[in-house]
Unconditional design. Structure first.
Length: 228
């Protein structure tokens, strides 16, 4: 008898870690990696220096929290803006600047969006996210975030930037398992770059075919005139 594949909280957490690392590495053009060890925690909370969180709901409910140190927040922000072509003199220098919060919120939106897309394709269920919330915190403030989950499980993973600045990912979600009953194919993502490249190649091929056709017509006309 075939053994059914079971997906647990840790498997879902791994997909989230891959989304965080992949999106931030691509967006900042610098390496962002995560620890191979995961920590069980009792509850999620926003901690100094900069906290972001997103709630999600649907096939299962939960909460994603990322707590940045000031140095990590500034490094991610700075590398992202440089990668976007922003001049050095126009970059914010304090993690409390509105621009830093806006960029981290946008990146949070992208990485959770990538995660929900993975869940939809690989677990064949749908979850939706709300808008990320960001908060700059001083050293004395820690905010707990309630999730209203029936059987909550919380995990924390340590991430590090290319310059070895640290930030923490926390995931709280209902205790759940996904059991695969039948085999199915997971559709591959097509990147915008590959779509654009395919379109350009298609246009070039059409242009080459037209040029070849025009040249053949000219040659045939010349042969007709010569009576050949």
């Amino acid at each position: 008898m075939k053994k059914n594949k079971i997906v647990t909280t840790e498997d879902i957490l791994l997909k989230l870690c891959q989304s965080v690392s992949g999106v931030l590495t691509s967006a900042t053009d610098s390496q962002v990696s995560y620890s191979a060890m995961v920590q069980k925690i009792n509850k999620t909370s926003l901690k100094p220096d900069f906290g972001c969180f997103v709630l999600f709901d649907g096939g299962f409910s939960g909460l994603v929290v990322i707590n940045f140190t000031a140095k990590a927040a500034l490094e991610v922000y700075t590398n992202y803006m440089r990668n976007m072509g922003m001049p050095e003199e126009e970059l914010a220098v304090l993690h409390t600047s509105d621009e830093v919060g806006d960029v981290l919120g946008e990146l949070m939106n992208q990485l959770v969006g990538d995660f929900t897309n993975k869940i939809r394709k690989e677990l064949q269920t749908n979850i939706t996210q709300n808008q990320p919330k960001m908060l700059s915190l001083n050293k004395q403030v820690i905010l707990s975030v309630d999730t209203n989950l029936d059987r909550p499980q919380a995990r924390r993973v340590t991430f590090s930037t290319e310059n070895n600045n640290i930030f923490y990912l926390e995931l709280a979600m209902d205790k759940t398992e996904f059991i695969q009953l039948e085999e199915f194919e997971v559709a591959e993502d097509e990147s915008p770059d590959s779509i654009l490249e395919a379109q350009q190649n298609n246009m070039k091929k059409k242009k080459d075919d037209k040029t070849t056709g025009d040249n053949n017509d000219i040659a045939n006309d010349l042969l007709d005139e010569l009576g050949i």
